[in-house]
Design a binder for this molecule. Structure first.
Ligand SMILES: *[C@@H]1O[C@H](CO)[C@@H](O)[C@H](O)[C@H]1NC(C)=O
Ligand SMILES: *[C@@H]1O[C@H](CO)[C@@H](O)[C@H](O)[C@H]1NC(C)=O
Length: 355
C-alpha cells in the first residue's frame, strides 16, 4: 500500500473559531500521521501456522512416496564439483546451495556413480521432492568451507548458465534455495541472476549490505524460532524487502520430540531396532527431557561417545552426520529441513513466472 500525493490543506479559519480549527487541524494531522505510519508498516503474509507436536507426529508417519530416484551426473569445472539431475521433462531449474562445511555431494545418495556422496537425510529429501515435481536440480560445492561473494558469485553464475545452455533448459524458470551460508549466497546471487523466486533457509540474507534491485525475486524465509536473533534479523529483512515491493513470506520451524520412528524413516540405512536403542541411550543419558525434546543442539551433545561406550556403534559409524542432522532439526535452532517441503515447493510453483 502506498500513499499518493494527498495534501492536507488548512483553510484559513474565521478568527472566532480559530481554536476549534486548531483542534480540528491537529486531529486531522494526527489521523494523517497515523495513516502514514500504518501504511509504512510493510504488509507481510502472516507466518504459516506453527506445527504442533501432534501434526508433526502425523508428518513422521509417512514419507512422501517418491517415484523419482536419485541418479545424478557429476563433473568438475572452474575449481569445483557440480552434481545435477535433470528429469525427463523438466519444467524448471533449481539451484541448491549448501551450508558451511558441506558439499554438493551431501545432497545425493552414495551410489556407483557417486561413491563419495553422503545423502544427508533432509538434503536428499529436498532434492527428491524437486525431482518429483520435474525440476532440474543443480548442486555446486563452494570453493572454500563457506560461500564467498566476489569471485564465487561470478563463478556460480557462469557454471549455471553454462549448464542450462548445454542441457537445453535455459528457457525454463529458475529457482534458488540456500541454507545458512548458502542462504546468504543465494540472497546476493539473486541480484546478479534472474530467479523466479528464491528460498532462504536458516539465514536472514545479506540485504543490509546490498542495494535491493527493483526486480528482486519473491523471497521465502524458512527459519527456526529458537534462534531468536536470527528470527529478528529475518523479520527486519522481510520488512526491508516488503518496503521496496518484494513479495515475502516466512515459515517458522518449531522444536519437536526426537522419536525413533522418525529417525528410522528419514535416515536410509538406520533400521528401527538401532533407532530404538539410540533413543533408549539418549533417555538414559539425559539428553532428552521427559517430553522427548533434546536439551541441547546435536552438535553440543557427546552422543557418539555414549553409543561407542555401549558398543552400539563402531568408531567408523557412517551415519553420524545423518543422526546429528535430525537431532539439530528436532532441536530447531539451526539445520537444513525438509519438513516444510510442501510449502517451500508450493512457493516456487506459485512463483514460476518472473515479473
Ligand atoms: C508408492 O508408489 C508406488 C508406485 O507409484 C506404488 O506401487 C506403491 O504402492 C506406493 N506405496 C505406498 C505405500 O503408497
Ligand atoms: C569457467 O571455466 C571455463 C572453462 O575452463 C572458462 O571458459 C570460464 O571462463 C570459467 N568461468 C569463470 C567465471 O572463471
Amino acid at each position: 500500500m502506498r500513499l499518493g500525493s494527498e495534501r492536507i490543506t488548512h483553510k484559513s479559519a474565521h478568527r472566532s473559531v480559530f481554536d476549534r480549527a486548531i483542534i480540528l487541524f491537529s486531529f486531522v494531522l494526527i489521523l494523517f500521521a497515523s495513516v502514514l505510519l500504518i501504511s509504512r508498516i510493510p504488509i507481510l503474509n502472516p507466518p504459516s501456522e506453527s506445527k504442533t507436536s501432534e501434526n508433526l507426529q502425523n508428518l513422521f508417519q509417512k514419507l512422501p512416496n517418491f517415484s523419482s530416484q536419485l541418479n545424478p551426473s557429476l563433473y568438475h569445472t572452474n575449481g569445483t564439483e557440480v552434481i545435477y539431475q535433470i528429469p525427463s521433462s523438466p519444467k524448471a531449474v533449481l539451484f541448491v546451495a549448501h551450508g558451511c562445511n558441506l558439499h554438493a555431494y551431501d545432497f545425493w545418495d552414495k551410489s556407483s556413480n557417486c561413491p563419495h556422496c553422503t545423502g544427508l537425510p533432509e538434503d536428499r529429501l529436498f532434492v527428491l521432492q524437486a525431482l518429483e515435481l520435474n525440476m532440474a536440480v543443480i548442486t555446486i560445492s563452494s570453493l572454500g568451507k563457506c560461500w564467498s561473494f566476489q569471485r564465487e558469485m561470478v563463478n556460480v553464475q557462469w557454471i549455471i548458465q553454462n549448464w542450462v545452455k548445454k542441457n537445453n533448459i535455459e528457457n525454463l524458470p529458475k529457482f534458488a534455495m540456500g541454507a545458512s551460508s548458502g542462504g546468504y549466497f543465494v540472497s546476493a546471487l539473486a541480484t546478479k541472476m534472474e530467479f523466479s523466486s528464491i528460498c532462504i533457509m536458516i539465514a536472514e540474507g545479506v540485504f543490509k549490505n546490498i542495494d535491493i534491485p527493483k526486480i528482486y525475486p519473491p523471497t521465502l524465509f524458512v527459519h527456526m524460532v529458537k534462534d531468536r536473533n536470527r528470527a529478528r534479523a529475518v523479520l527486519s529483512n522481510m520488512e526491508q524487502l516488503a518496503e521496496v515491493g518484494v513479495e515475502v513470506k516466512e515459515i517458522r520451524c518449531e522444536e519437536f520430540p526426537l522419536d525413533a520412528g522418525f529417525l528410522a524413516k528419514r535416515i536410509p540405512g538406520l533400521d528401527q531396532g538401532s533407532a530404538d536403542k539410540l533413543i533408549e541411550v539418549f533417555h538414559e543419558k539425559g539428553f532428552l527431557d521427559e517430553k522427548g525434546h533434546l536439551k541441547k543442539d546435536g552438535r553440543a551433545i557427546k552422543w557418539k561417545e555414549a553409543l561407542l561406550k555401549k558398543k552400539l556403534i563402531h568408531e567408523k559409524f557412517e551415519l553420524f552426520s545423518h543422526v546429528n542432522e535430525e537431532m539439530n532439526l528436532a532441536f530447531a535452532y539451526h539445520e537444513f529441513t525438509s519438513l516444510n517441503n510442501d510449502e517451500i515447493f508450493e512457493w516456487f510453483e506459485s512463483h514460476m513466472k518472473r515479473n
